[in-house]
Structures are given as structure tokens and as C-alpha cells.
Design a protein. Structure first.
Length: 354
């Protein structure tokens, strides 16, 4: 564009119109070790190109509009409550962090074992339905922390029938990267196997036929196999996994998932770490960050640990297609039920949207 029109030479993208979609109430860019200022400054509305942007506002919550379980008044109130959470307008003055009360009708408050209660609420009659892809595709439990997600997933895997197959990864250090040669000589395979980080599958994947999984890498975008795609396992072989796509225009399509070599996009270690493993994670439960973009009929928000970044609570509650389909369970370290939780909103992110 800039080569054909000199007037566009100094404009972003050479003057070509680019349409982007997003919601600043949702989770902002992840900056490892970054604080509030660094996170806000990494957002597009803090970039120099923001001066060239025109903001167009969408006013309808299409996810909730699809619901047929609520009348218009109830739908409007629920939609406004979600927006108020995202804007930080609940719980009094909010300078980043506030404590907000959750409506009683959304809470799971009568339980002996919180883990069993949230699973039974979102996955009722699990043993009878765990092989039903239509039943699984619209359900998920969302948690703020990865360790809680793993605890929920392992609990459900133990409950369902079927033979378990364990796939072990092959882990190594890239010698060509920085201190790779030194790391290769000093780090044991057992230590490498123990390493875990977000976006990387575990060394030992424990799987069964019928388990829902989520891709952690783009395998074939033309076939709908992208990072975040949910599938259900249909066959477990020694070197490949057969699965059926659960969402999108490729719903029901069977695909083969191979092992592949993966590295953390932002390594927390002073060496480059490679793991050869299937690029998947079990998705009965998932982190709130990973749930962005999902639309679900039955959403359980499980918060034994509160949210820790801007927009996480808003993302969690806005995944549901209806008020009836959202249930929230909050408890403290002793397992006692709570009716309030932390909400984090960096309000300065909205200052350039006017």
C-alpha cells in the first residue's frame, strides 16, 4: 500500500484498514514477573498505533442471547452484572483489587467435599455419560491456578472406567542455546522430567478413552486443529492418539495426534528446554486463561484460590451461555464455604477507550 501511495508511507500497515476484535475487560498480555504498570503498558491501547485506531463498541452479549432459559429481564440483569464485574463497579472502590459478593443463586454452598460437589454439579451422572461427546462438549470447570486444574482432572479420571495408558516424554536441553552444554552435563533426566510450566504437557500423561483433551499447539489450522481446540479421545495407540473434534465447524471429525517437540515460549529457566510429547492436556477442568474464547452451557468456577490478574473473574463468569448454566464454588484453606471472592480490575486500561 505504501509503495503505491506516498501519502500512506508513514501510516501503520501502509494505510490498509485492519479490523481487530477484543475486550479490555478480559485478561491482559501475560508479562512474566511484570507488575501492574508493565502489564498495562504491554496492551495495544498503550501503543503509539492506538492514536490511529477508531473504537467501535458492541452492545449485545451474543453468548447470552443464544440462551432460551431466561426471560428478557433476567437476561438483562445477568448481563449487566457480568459487565459490572468486568468494569470493577462491584464491591465498592476498586483500585485494582476488591472483594465482591457472589449472588446466592450462583453459589454452591452446601457440600461436604468441595471437589466432589463441583464435579457432581457440572458432570452429573458422569459414569453413564463420560463417552458422550455431545454431553462433554458444553461443560468445563474453570480454576485460577494450574495445580487446582490438575487436581480436578485427576479426580475425574480416577472416577471413570476404562484402562489407563501412560505416555512418557523425552526431555532434553538444547546444546546450541546459551548455557546448553553446561546444563546438559549437570542436569539429570529425572530433573528435566520434573519440570512443569504453563503451555507445556507433563512428562507423564495419564489418559483413557473418552477423556476430553485440549490442544496446546497449532497442528493444522486448515483442519481446525489449533491451540485451544477441544477433542475427545477415541483410541490410544503406542505412537499416536486418535481423537474426535468437539467444537467448531469440524465437530465430529476424527484426527490423529502425533508426538512433537515443544519448548516453553518464555522459558523460566536459564537454558532452552525441549520436551517431546503429545501436545495435549486433559480438559475436564482448565485454567481461566485457557478458557478465553470458549462458550459453554455448563460452567463451574472453582476457586479454592482466588484470581490473581486483571479480568480473570470476568472471563470465568462470562463463558456461560446462561445464568442457569453458571455455578461458583469458593472456599478457604480449611474448606469452609465463602460467598465472596477477589476481583482484579486495572481501571486505567479503559482510559483510552473513550
Amino acid at each position: 500500500m505504501s509503495s503505491t501511495n506516498n501519502n500512506n508511507a508513514n501510516l501503520p500497515f501502509g494505510g490498509k484498514v485492519v479490523v481487530s476484535g477484543g475486550d479490555f475487560r478480559q485478561i491482559l498480555p501475560v508479562i512474566p514477573g511484570g507488575g501492574r504498570t508493565e502489564i498495562v503498558n504491554a496492551s495495544i491501547c498503550s501503543s503509539y498505533i492506538w492514536d490511529y485506531c477508531s473504537v467501535l463498541r458492541l452492545t449485545k452479549n451474543m453468548r447470552l442471547e443464544e440462551s432460551s432459559h431466561a426471560d428478557n429481564d433476567e437476561l438483562a440483569l445477568f448481563s449487566q452484572w457480568i459487565l459490572n464485574v468486568g468494569d470493577g463497579n462491584i464491591g465498592g472502590p476498586n483500585d485494582g483489587i476488591s472483594e465482591i459478593m457472589i449472588p446466592t443463586e450462583l453459589l454452591i454452598s452446601n457440600f461436604e467435599d468441595p471437589l466432589s460437589s463441583i464435579v457432581d454439579c457440572i458432570y452429573p451422572n458422569l459414569l453413564e455419560n463420560h463417552l458422550d461427546s455431545n454431553w462433554l462438549q458444553s461443560r468445563a470447570i474453570l480454576c485460577s491456578m494450574l495445580d487446582v486444574v490438575e487436581k480436578v482432572n485427576q479426580y475425574i479420571i480416577m472416577k471413570i472406567s476404562g484402562d489407563e495408558k501412560i505416555y512418557l516424554s523425552s526431555d532434553s536441553v538444547d546444546k546450541s542455546y546459551g548455557s546448553g552444554q553446561y546444563a546438559t552435563e549437570t542436569l539429570t533426566p529425572e530433573f528435566l522430567n520434573s519440570l512443569q510450566c504453563s503451555g507445556l504437557p507433563h512428562h507423564a500423561l495419564k489418559l483413557k478413552v473418552g477423556i476430553p483433551i485440549m490442544l496446546l499447539r497449532n497442528l493444522d489450522q486448515c483442519a481446525g486443529l489449533c491451540n485451544g481446540t477441544r477433542l475427545i479421545i477415541t483410541k490410544l495407540s503406542n505412537h499416536v492418539i486418535e481423537a474426535e473434534v468437539l467444537v467448531g465447524s469440524y465437530l465430529g471429525k476424527k484426527v490423529l495426534i502425533p508426538r512433537m517437540c515443544m519448548s516453553p515460549s518464555q522459558s523460566p529457566w536459564p537454558f532452552k528446554f525441549d520436551r517431546r510429547q503429545f501436545p495435549i492436556v486433559v480438559s475436564y477442568a482448565m485454567t481461566i486463561n485457557k478458557s478465553q474464547g470458549q462458550s459453554l452451557s455448563n460452567v463451574g468456577v472453582y476457586l479454592p484460590k482466588p484470581v490473581f490478574s486483571h479480568g480473570q473473574l470476568y472471563v470465568a463468569i462470562s463463558r456461560a451461555r446462561s445464568k442457569k448454566g453458571l455455578k461458583i464454588l469458593i472456599h478457604n484453606k480449611e474448606g469452609h464455604v465463602l460467598s465472596s471472592t477477589t476481583n482484579i480490575v486495572f481501571k486505567e486500561i479503559f482510559s483510552n477507550l473513550k
